[in-house]
Design a protein around this ligand. Structure first.
Ligand SMILES: [Zn+2]
Length: 311
């Protein structure tokens, strides 16, 4: 017993103290479209097991330079991404888009700047404002807690360039168009449309995983997905889960719309959140295998009711 306890303590100690140059374990990068690479992070919440890494960093080789989207949740995740980028190209990263305020997507910025100090970081103006106010600090702390210290040494490299809806930037040989919103997944969301037919959605769209909506709205998120559909993308890269075609957008839209509409019918029939839960779950049966389905449903129903009451 005592030896077992000692071994467990030793293991925890090992995972708890990351060295200054530690990196998240390598994940394979996949070419999903011309010049476009994505690392598909594991599904689930940040943890000791996944070293806090669970989003989908992507990069586009645009002529003589590289554009990165969401380089991960910590400097350690960012280093893993930098190593993966260097395996696909010797060209420098000049631009980074961060899709929204949640730190699992952008705390890897630090590693990009360590490797390419001149890289420009771009995000929604409210993402920048919230990060500066308190969110950057609280996300750094949260990652440290959830990984039991693996992400120690991570500092928030907050974007400096604010973007806006419709902003199109010619970077190297490619064009990048921003689709911005103030009421979707986090109210600080941008989606990036690349001129090779790839749409990076951030957490407005997930695949195989149920996201939180505590910082957003159903109606705004559905509208953002409609804007994504209007771009007629060939490849959709969600914030979490596997990339795919237009069906990835349609599934997330259907999940939100079905949940919202069902809650509205039940609410108008006088049902409480607790009473309507089995009915809503049944309507959403197509998504019951998505990661976090059961854990998230009660909360999402409550949020839908709050939104319906404000209509
Ligand atoms: Zn998010």
């Amino acid at each position: 017993m005592r030896i077992a306890a000692l071994l467990i303590t030793a293991c925890l100690t090992l995972t708890a103290h990351a060295g200054p140059q530690d990196s998240v374990k390598p994940y394979p990068a996949r070419k999903i479209a011309p010049d476009t690479w994505v690392i598909t992070g594991p599904l689930g919440e940040p943890s000791v097991q996944n070293q806090g890494f669970m989003n989908n960093p992507g990069w586009i080789i645009a002529g003589d330079q590289v554009v990165v989207i969401d380089p991960g949740s910590s400097v350690q995740a960012g280093r893993m991404v930098v190593n993966a980028i260097k395996k696909t190209t010797g060209l420098p990263v000049t631009t980074v888009y961060n899709t929204h305020i949640h730190g699992d997507h952008w705390l890897g910025n630090q590693a990009i700047l360590d490797a390419w100090p001149k890289a420009v970081l771009i995000a929604h103006p409210d993402m920048i404002a919230q990060a500066k106010a308190s969110e950057a600090e609280s996300w750094v702390r949260l990652m440290d807690q959830l990984t039991r210290g693996f992400t120690k040494g991570t500092r928030a490299a907050i974007p400096t360039v604010a973007t806006y809806d419709g902003m199109t930037s010619r970077i190297g040989t490619r064009a990048f168009k921003v689709h911005s919103s103030n009421d979707a997944h986090s109210k600080t969301d941008i989606m990036i449309e690349v001129d090779n037919g790839v749409l990076f959605t951030g957490d407005n769209v997930l695949n195989g995983r149920i996201g939180r909506l505590d910082d957003g709205t159903f109606k705004g998120n559905i509208r953002a997905i409609d804007n994504g559909l209007a771009t007629q993308p060939k490849v959709v890269v969600p914030g979490h889960g596997k990339a795919g075609g237009i069906a990835v957008l349609q599934a997330q839209r259907d999940y939100f719309q079905t949940l919202y509409d069902t809650v509205k019918v039940e609410y108008n029939a006088g049902k409480s959140d607790f009473e309507m839960k089995p009915v809503v779950a049944k309507k959403l049966a197509a998504y019951k295998n998505w990661n976090g389905f059961d854990a998230a449903l009660g909360r999402l129903i409550s949020l839908a009711i709050l939104e319906i009451e404000q209509e």
